[in-house]
Design a protein around this ligand. Structure first.
Ligand SMILES: [Zn+2]
Length: 366
């Protein structure tokens, strides 16, 4: 049940940001307690009105609080993940598998849950292919609110079982893909007045911290390879670069390279054909990036073009091979999508320093 914005302490807030609908342009105050436009159900974007005070980049998640929407954050330990020089020259691996629930999703979940609490919700709902479910359930439990998760047919059952057992979340499996799970989550949020979490504005804000941490360590970085499902991380990375440039903390952008599975590559197709992103039924076994219609696909293409980047895809076999050699080289178990960016790096001839974002997730096989 949604109880409305807490009134205590409101005088401490300034209107530091607005929410703007990416579809119809309608603007909302920072106290608007939802993540979809009331008028057209479009997704909203956080737009800051003033510049935060920030003079340097650090490898520290909470040092970027000034780049996040106002919130009563509990400073959980997350982010600050290792940037590991890879065995391949010029490549560094950002090990997002070190986050509490093993993926970069935590960076966004911590912001979303803080906003849900601030707005007075006692339940969150989201759609997930698995990793986001675990992350949202984890932070909801820490905050003492309920989580309901709609998962796609292709979500890893082991992940779901773990969430049910350890995090008390209500997990509902949908007979359809991620896009169908997303529809169900939206309907549920309206019917039950639960806070809709997922690949929306607040998650995107939290995920900006990933590239900030990378740039703190590698200011001369030339290429960033980001795995793409819904393209939220990709959109967040581009937004962060623009904001850092606005603060005078960045002069030259690294090229942003979107990596998809060949069997779920609507962004790659749209980029190559210079068309709008169209739905495509995802057929890849890399569940965490099996998305048929990326929510932030349009923004991702804008980010690729603005940074002179590109979009590439890798086959399921290439990811599986990479996963096995990743385990052999680094002793770390990750899922197929977790190494998609490394597999893409191998196929490309990139100059200068490159970073591949490595995510974790649960895996059944060593
Ligand atoms: Zn709208």
């Amino acid at each position: 049940m949604h109880l409305g914005v807490k009134s205590a302490g409101l005088e401490w807030y300034r209107m530091r940001y607005l929410l703007k609908c990416l579809e119809c342009g309608k603007q909302y105050s920072m106290f608007f307690p939802r993540q979809l436009c009331d008028k057209c159900s479009g997704i909203l974007e956080v737009t800051y009105s003033g510049k935060p005070v920030m003079t340097s980049l650090k490898k520290d998640f909470w040092s970027y609080e000034a780049l996040l929407p106002d919130g009563e954050y509990r400073h959980y330990k997350l982010g600050n993940t290792t940037l590991l020089p890879a065995t391949h020259p010029g490549l560094f691996l950002k090990l997002e598998s070190e986050n509490p629930t093993k993926s970069f999703k935590d960076r966004g979940s911590v912001v979303e849950i803080a906003k849900a609490i601030e707005y007075g919700y006692d339940e969150v709902v989201c759609a997930s292919t698995g990793n986001m479910a675990y992350s949202v359930a984890y932070y909801a439990k820490l905050a003492g609110i309920r989580a309901t998760i709609f998962v796609s047919k292709n979500a890893n059952w082991l992940k779901i079982r773990n969430i049910r057992e350890t995090r008390d979340a209500n997990v509902i499996r949908v007979d359809g893909d991620f896009t169908e799970a997303q529809r169900r989550a939206i309907r549920y949020s309206r019917r039950k007045e639960a806070f809709l979490a997922g690949d929306y504005a607040y998650r995107k804000e939290g995920q900006k911290t990933l590239v900030c941490e990378i740039m703190a360590e590698l200011p001369e970085l030339r290429n960033v390879l980001v795995p793409v499902g819904n393209a939220t991380l990709f959109g967040a990375t581009y937004k962060a670069l623009l904001e850092l440039k606005g603060l005078g903390l960045m002069s030259k952008f690294p090229r942003l390279i979107a990596v998809q599975a060949s069997l779920a590559n609507p962004l790659v197709v749209a980029f190559k054909r210079k068309e709008k992103v169209k739905y495509q039924e995802p057929r890849t076994d890399a569940g965490a990036i099996a998305v048929g219609y990326p929510t932030y696909g349009g923004q991702a293409i804008e980010g690729i073009r603005a940074t002179h980047g590109t979009a590439v895809d890798v086959t399921d076999d290439e990811m599986e091979e990479e996963r096995v050699s990743f385990y052999r080289d680094y002793g770390l178990q990750v899922e197929m999508s977790g190494v998609a960016a490394i597999a893409a790096f191998r196929k490309m001839n990139l100059k200068g320093q490159s970073v591949a974002v490595v995510s974790g997730g649960n895996t059944l096989k060593p």
